[in-house]
Design a protein around this ligand. Sequence first.
Ligand SMILES: C[S@@+](CC[C@H](N)C(=O)[O-])C[C@H]1O[C@@H](n2cnc3c(N)ncnc32)[C@H](O)[C@@H]1O
Length: 414
Amino acid sequence: MKNTKYPYLDRPYPRVKLHPATIKHMKKGHPWVTKDTFTAEFPENRTFLVGVGNEKEFALLIQDPKHPHVKARLWSLIPPFVDGIKNFPKELYDRLEAAIRYRISHGIDKERENFYLVFGEGDRIPGLFIQKLGNKILIQHYADYWRKLGTLLNHTLAAILKDYFPDERFTAYVETRNSEMENTIRRITMPGVRNDTASPNEVEITEFGVKYKVRFDQNYDHGLYTDMSAIRKRMTKYMKGSVLNLFSYTGAYSLYAMKSGAESVVSVDLSPKYLSWLEENLDLNPELNRESHESLEMPVSVALSKLAAEKKQFNFIVCDPPTASSDGKKTTNALDNYEKMIPQMMKVLAHDGVMVVFQNTHKVTKKKFEDKISAIAKSKGLKVIENLKMAEDCKPLSQFPEGNYLNGLVLSRY
Ligand SMILES: C[S@@+](CC[C@H](N)C(=O)[O-])C[C@H]1O[C@@H](n2cnc3c(N)ncnc32)[C@H](O)[C@@H]1O
């Protein structure tokens, strides 16, 4: 029978040869086909491809020819693949439903209003990330084929949301990357659910009892990193005495530290925009003692020198730098920066204090990060006391280092 609704599911599917290394990695659980001489032969106008190795059909793939590096992503290793394509709508429903059920059955929605409903490859829905932020649904396409499959996705997701959250009115947004890899965001209407068309593009949400403002606007990041939430909770035990939050952004760590009993908190960020957003967040939480918080609008290196000169000491330091930072002339990556930053941080770390350093990129493996930080730590008389990794709603797939992009190490003196 012809599929008139989703015609691309019907067409005879092309078989494409895969590099032996791709097949080897896929067998171990890696879900990406990265650019090579074999992908150069893929017919660009097709969404579904069947990967072939040793003359045998091996994998059902979804193609993303526009992506500079990841040319296709794994959908299924289970033949027959012709059925895999025909059954794609049902399988998509099943995977989305399983992903959402997992979050709800683990009660993640009970302690925070921001969580991932779908975490891409970790939920076997490659290149698709969906966050629920209060009544806003943020659909993030990291692979362009989700734009092509958008109508199917939208209908499928709406049907599941209606079942799981029957009383909610939603506003949904789709965030995509253009060919320059810049983000664009647009509001969409979801079929069959109660769309909250009148609501503004911002919402107040509560994470572990603290309120934050989240915005959906071309000119802003959303204001809260939900992939950090599970890690934030794990760090509660360190949040006492005086706390220093480096690269504070809109203050999620600062406000959570205040809520968790820290006596004083200093936030450092060079962006006036994000520090005034932090003030807005403080306004939303009148029970927190504002007097105990101070913002420093300056580069972290300058703030650390200033605090050291003032002989300030902190019981807990959080350092979550951007992947790469630029001073206009030279771009330095976070990992190299730690060589300089850790000794600077030590000067303001109380004798029995603890610091946590993060690395946020899929370009440097967890192992490389841990080796480098451990080496710096050892040479400075620090030891690693805890590894922090993504968890709960953001569990990456094992055997897929690129998905494990956020790692932290907790350090203390020997
Ligand atoms: C990855 S975000 C931090 C996220 C934050 N830890 C959280 O969980 O919400 C990076 C922040 O670093 C700031 N930033 C970048 N370079 C900086 C520098 N050299 N000194 C101070 N802040 C900087 C940016 O303005 C941005 O707010």
